[in-house]
Design a protein around this ligand. Sequence first.
Ligand code: S3P
Length: 448
Amino acid sequence: MSGHSPPTPMTSHRCGPLSGRADVPGDKSISHRSLILGALCVGETVITGLLEGEDVLDTAKAMRAFGAEVTCDPEGMWHVRGVGVGGFAEPSQVVDCGNSGTGVRLIMGAMATSPITATFTGDDSLNKRPMERITDPLTLFGARAVGRTGGRLPMTIVGATSPVPVRYEVPVPSAQVKSAVLFAGLNAPGQTIVVEREATRDHTERMLAGFGADITSEETSEGRIITLTGQPELTPQSIVVPRDPSSAAFPVCAALIVPGSDVLVPNIGLNPTRAGLFTTLREMGADLTYENMREEGGEPVADLRARFSPDLVGVEVPPERAASMIDEYPVLSVVAAFARGETVMRGVKELRVKESDRIDAMAEGLRAGGVEVEDGPDWWIVTGLGHGNVPGGQICVSHLDHRIAMSFIVMGMATNEPVSVDDASPIATSFPIFEGLMARLGADIRRS
Ligand code: S3P
C-alpha cells in the first residue's frame, strides 16, 4: 500500500542445514486473476488458497471499489460476488494498487472498456514504472489515459463508451500487457486478438476458458495468436489457487546453497510458462527433484525436493527461457555466486522495469558482498566463487522490491559474513510468511 510500512532492516546469518517442509503461499498471478475474474461474473466465485499478500489484498480492495463484494470467511476462503462483464461501477476514490504492477495493469484493462473513469496510484516503486505499454493498447479500444510524464502513475483512465475490438501484437514479452488487452476485450463486441512472439505465463487464457469465455490459442510462425470473443457471460467458479513457484524459488535456492540441507516444497505448479528457474538450476547441477508428479486443475504439479548441492556450475541461460523465469533472476544470481564459473543471463531487459531495476539492485548488492558482476542494458554475468568462498558482509538496498530483499536474505544463509537488507518490509507484498517459514527450516534471520 502506498502508505509505507516502517522500514524493517533484517540480517541473515550463516546457518546450519535447512530441513523440513516449506508450505509456500498461493500463486500471486492466479490470485490477482481470481479476484478480477470473480468480479466480472454475476454470482459468487469462491477462492481457496488465495495469496493474502499486500499486492493481492490491494486488488481485493480495488474490486470492491469497482462494485464487487469481496469477503474472507473464518475458514480463509474468499468469496467474490461479481457485477458481470461491463458491470463495473465508477470508484468514488483514487484506486491505490500499492506495489503491484500486475494489480494495476490488469485492473486498468478490465475497466477500460466500460463507460467509467478511474484514477490509479501506487507506492514510490509502482509510480515509477512504465504504464504506456498498457495504455497504448487500451486507447485502441477507445479508452483515454492521462498520467504523469513518461506514462507514469498517478493516472486516470477514461473508459471507452463504445469499445471496439482490437488486434494487438504485444511489443514486449509481458503477460501483464497480454492480460490487460484480453480483459479489455471482454467488454468489446467481436473478436479481440493478441499476438505474442514470446510465450509468457498463460494463466489468463486458462482461467478465461475456465470461466466460460470463448478463447482459443494457436501456435503459428508469427508466435502465439490468442482470440477472444467479447461480451461473454462469465460463470462464477470455485478456484483452488496452486502454490506459487516464484515463492518456492526462495526455499529451494536456499537449500541448494546451505550445506547439509534437505527441503521439501510441496504442491508447486510446474506450468512450463513458469518453471524456467527449476530447469536452469538442474542444468547447474542442482540436486532438485520433482516428486509425486501429477495434474491438478489442468496444470502439472509436483513436490519439489531440494538438497545441498556443493558442485554447482555456472551456465548460460537461454534468452528464450527468460519469460518463464523472469521473476526468478534475482535469486538465480545468488545461486550463481555459489556456483563455479560464469552464469550468463541475456535477453532480460524487462528486469530493468520491475519493482526495481533488478539487474542494478542485485549487481550492487552482490558486488558489495564480494561477487563479480558485469552488466549491460539487457544482460548480466555473475562470476561464481564456489561453495564456501562467498564473502558477504554487506548491507543491501531492497529498493521497495520484495524479490531483492528475499534474495539477499537467502544469500546471507551461506556467506562467510552476514548479509543485511535495509528494508525487508516489501516481502509482505508476495510472501508474508517468508521470515517464519525460513526460520522454521533453520535459517538464522534477525531483525536488526
Ligand atoms: C505477471 C507477469 C510478469 C511478472 C509479474 C507477474 C503476471 O510481469 O514479472 O510478477 O501475473 O502477469 P510482466 O508481464 O511485466 O513480464
